[in-house]
Ligand binder design. Structure first.
Ligand SMILES: *[C@@H]1O[C@H](CO)[C@@H](O)[C@H](O)[C@H]1NC(C)=O
Ligand SMILES: *[C@@H]1O[C@H](CO)[C@@H](O)[C@H](O)[C@H]1NC(C)=O
Ligand SMILES: *[C@@H]1O[C@H](CO)[C@@H](O)[C@H](O)[C@H]1NC(C)=O
Ligand SMILES: *[C@@H]1O[C@H](CO)[C@@H](O)[C@H](O)[C@H]1NC(C)=O
Ligand SMILES: *[C@@H]1O[C@H](CO)[C@@H](O)[C@H](O)[C@H]1NC(C)=O
Ligand SMILES: *[C@@H]1O[C@H](CO)[C@@H](O)[C@H](O)[C@H]1NC(C)=O
Ligand SMILES: *[C@@H]1O[C@H](CO)[C@@H](O)[C@H](O)[C@H]1NC(C)=O
Ligand SMILES: *[C@@H]1O[C@H](CO)[C@@H](O)[C@H](O)[C@H]1NC(C)=O
Ligand SMILES: *[C@@H]1O[C@H](CO)[C@@H](O)[C@H](O)[C@H]1NC(C)=O
Ligand SMILES: *[C@@H]1O[C@H](CO)[C@@H](O)[C@H](O)[C@H]1NC(C)=O
Ligand SMILES: *[C@@H]1O[C@H](CO)[C@@H](O)[C@H](O)[C@H]1NC(C)=O
Ligand SMILES: *[C@@H]1O[C@H](CO)[C@@H](O)[C@H](O)[C@H]1NC(C)=O
Length: 618
């Protein structure tokens, strides 16, 4: 091994590398312009920068590699400023925008999004930054009138003024920006992407007439949460638009015809308005649509079967409307167009009828299925068990009947939420069934369980947070495993069953917040409440003994309990005076027991200031 030659080789590589770097630098660029550097320093001076993110903006250094500054490689002119805040670290710029920015005559890109400018106006001089192609002031707390001078930004392709908003003390989200008119937008002849979400546009009845004069608008038009009242017809020029969002305005009209002509549209969001009338069969002309959201309107009638032409649709939400017609026809249309494609289908809270198709296995990518609150009848078809991507299922409050067995869950390995109350379904499982899923939510209210006891397979559901089995006709005692099988349980409802025996010394390690065990046949003394429980209903059972044990035990721990229902049991003795640690109580019902004596002062003083009705008789 010749060490010398290795060193020489190493050196020569290093030298080459250095030379090429130098060459590269030399070749590359002019230094940044002196007056632009001064302008940046002035701009920085007026900006509040509590995290000192702009510490590199200093001294005599070359501004080409200052944080957030991008210069043209050849000319050295500052061409981009990337100064978005970091929301997740609450790292915001605030303060003022110095007009020295105007000296950056080659600026094409300005991003001041996600900052906190505390309601100051968008400076009207920004309208003189004539080279700008990208301007992002979204989520930055600019307020007041949007200056019409922006109309001079004739090269602008992207304008994002969305989400300048604040939350008032009641948690209501309010707009900061407003306009007298949107006429100025018609100057932006290169505009492709416009986001005005959350601006108060209630005075801009001209909004669509203006955007319609911009054939360049091919990318995105977001006017969600804008207080728009009116959507005009006869719009012709926006046919290349890809994303249109009009969520949460006050638009009350039928869906205008021109919307169905937007054949490049990939996402159409009209939710939370008052669109009414029927959906036109021209829906099938939206042949590029991927996401269609018409939820929370008053659209009525059938969903047209031209739906079957939407070959790229992935997600649709038409819940909370007045749609009727047959659910099997809707599934039929979907299986024609996008079998294997659709991932999310929400049709809840309409008036759909008919049976579920047994060809569900066409929907192999379905993750979300929400059909709750309709009039769907017939059985849950066994092919349901083939929907191996299903994560969330909601079929509550329909007229489904028949037996659901383990087969119906064969391949549902990803199922997390299953909500199916308010039907006439029977669940039949074998004693040693091991389900393929790990649920977080299971709602089986008013099902008939077979065998009619607490299912042993629940033991495998260690991630369960919500369990509701109200009125399922189950009987028997509750075995010890039941109180421990999931440490995540927050909500449990086993009311209106025929469970009996003692409830153990209570609910050990869980985060229980709401416990409903009323209308069973439990006996023995009352269980104790852990400090997380907010609602406890043990009414209409056969609990006996005194209240002393319940209220006065473990007195040092403050309780979260707000609502307590112990009425219609066989409790006896006095109400003890132990309410100092029960400060959150809003409602107590001890009606129809065998209690004697007075209501203690600590309970009265705690409760009488509150509006809830107290039933403490007998
Ligand atoms: C940089 O170098 C490339 C080739 O190495 C050359 O084509 C180009 O003109 C040079 N640019 C300048 C500004 O000198
Ligand atoms: C700026 O760039 C120069 C040369 O490219 C380099 O020497 C210097 O370290 C850089 N400064 C910073 C703060 O990155
Ligand atoms: C400038 O040069 C860098 C490094 O060579 C390159 O990544 C960048 O794209 C160039 N920028 C422009 C605007 O040409
Ligand atoms: C632009 O730069 C010139 C020269 O440095 C300076 O006199 C002028 O005040 C600057 N303009 C602004 C608006 O800062
Ligand atoms: C504007 O900035 C926000 C926040 O930084 C970002 O989420 C959004 O995508 C940007 N808008 C555009 C059109 O690039
Ligand atoms: C906008 O452009 C017009 C015409 O070119 C000009 O008169 C006006 O001063 C400009 N406004 C701003 C804010 O630059
Ligand atoms: C929106 O603007 C209108 C007209 O200026 C005004 O009457 C209304 O109060 C504003 N709404 C909100 C929530 O700011
Ligand atoms: C469509 O855009 C053109 C400009 O390209 C404009 O002249 C025309 O008036 C627009 N049509 C409508 C209905 O606004
Ligand atoms: C939808 O397409 C059909 C068939 O091409 C056509 O007859 C109909 O007019 C179109 N609807 C709209 C609203 O453009
Ligand atoms: C469906 O809704 C439409 C429009 O509201 C109505 O005319 C029709 O009678 C309804 N059909 C049924 C079967 O309820
Ligand atoms: C739902 O449709 C049925 C007929 O299928 C009709 O009798 C009922 O009135 C409708 N309900 C609503 C709320 O429209
Ligand atoms: C379940 O999935 C496996 C493979 O993922 C497949 O072989 C089987 O046919 C599926 N069973 C049902 C009932 O869909």
């Amino acid at each position: 091994m010749n060490i010398g030659s290795t060193v020489v080789r190493f050196l020569s590589i290093a030298t080459l590398f250095t030379i090429s770097l130098l060459l590269c630098n030399a070749n590359l660029s002019a230094p940044c312009k002196q007056n632009e550097r001064q302008a940046l320093l002035k701009f920085k001076h007026d900006l509040e920068d509590p995290f000192n993110r702009l510490s590199s903006w200093a001294g005599e250094g070359d501004c080409r590699n200052w944080t957030g500054v991008v210069c043209d490689n050849l000319t050295g002119h500052v061409c981009e400023l990337h100064l978005a805040g970091y929301e997740s670290f609450s790292m915001y710029f605030s303060g003022k925008i110095n007009p020295s920015l105007l000296n950056l005559t080659h600026l094409t890109y300005l991003d001041l999004s996600n900052n906190d400018f505390r309601g100051i106006q968008i400076p009207s001089f920004l309208g003189s930054l004539k080279s700008l192609r990208y301007l992002n002031l979204s989520h930055s707390m600019f307020g007041g009138l949007i200056p019409h001078q922006l109309e001079n930004l004739t090269s602008l392709q992207v304008l994002d003024l969305g989400n300048s908003q604040y939350e008032d003390v009641y948690g209501e989200i309010l707009s900061l920006l407003e306009v007298e008119s949107l006429q100025w937008i018609s100057g932006l002849s290169q505009l492709q992407h416009l986001d005005m979400s959350r601006a108060n546009l209630s005075k801009a009845s001209d909004w669509l007439r203006v955007t319609n004069t911009l054939p360049s608008l091919v990318e995105n038009l977001d006017m969600s949460f804008c207080r728009l009242y009116h959507i005009p017809g006869g719009i012709a020029n926006m046919t290349n638009l890809k994303f249109l969002n009009l969520q949460d305005n006050y638009i009350s009209s039928t869906i205008p015809k021109w919307l169905y002509m937007l054949s490049h549209l990939q996402s159409l969001i009209l939710s939370d308005n008052s669109f009414h009338g029927e959906i036109s069969s021209s829906l099938g002309n939206l042949t590029s649509i991927v996401n269609l959201d018409l939820s929370s309107n008053q659209v009525a009638g059938n969903i047209p079967n031209s739906l079957g032409n939407l070959f790229t649709i992935c997600s649709t939400d038409m819940s909370w409307n007045n749609l009727n017609g047959s659910v099997s026809e809707i599934f039929e249309s979907f299986s024609r167009c996008s079998s294997g494609q659709i991932e999310s289908l929400s049709l809840s809270s309409n008036n759909l009828s008919g049976h579920l198709t047994d060809k569900l296995d066409h929907f192999e990518k379905l993750r979300v299925l929400d059909l709750a609150n309709n009039s769907i009848s017939g059985p849950l078809p066994p092919s349901f068990g083939n929907l191996s991507c299903l994560e969330t299922v909601s079929i509550d409050d329909n007229n489904l009947i028949g037996v659901v067995s383990q087969l119906h869950f064969t391949n549902l390995t990803r199922l997390v939420e299953f909500q199916a109350s308010g039907n006439s379904l029977t669940l039949e499982t074998t004693p040693h069934w091991l389900p393929p899923f790990q649920l977080s939510t299971l709602v089986l209210d008013s099902w008939h369980l077979e065998p009619s006891e607490l299912p042993m397979w629940l033991q495998s559901q260690t991630q369960l947070e919500t369990l509701s089995m109200f009125n399922t006709r189950i009987s028997g005692t509750i075995m010890t495993w039941f109180w421990n099988f999931s440490s995540q349980l927050e909500y449990i409802n086993l009311s209106e069953n025929k469970l009996y025996g003692e409830v153990p010394h209570i609910f050990p390690s869980s985060d229980y917040q709401e416990i409903f065990l009323g209308s069973n046949q439990f006996n023995g003394s009352l269980p104790l409440v852990s400090s997380t429980v907010k609602t406890l209903d043990l009414s209409y059972s056969s609990f006996s003994g005194t209240l002393f044990h319940f209220f006065c035990n473990n007195n040092s721990e403050p309780k979260a309990l707000e609502s307590l229902h112990l009425d219609n049991n066989r409790l006896s003795g006095k109400i003890p005076d132990c309410f100092r640690n029960w400060k959150k109580l809003l409602a107590v019902n001890l009606d129809s027991n065998n209690l004697i004596g007075n209501i203690p002062r600590s309970l009265l003083f705690g409760l009488l200031t509150l509006p809830q009705i107290l039933a403490l008789t007998q």
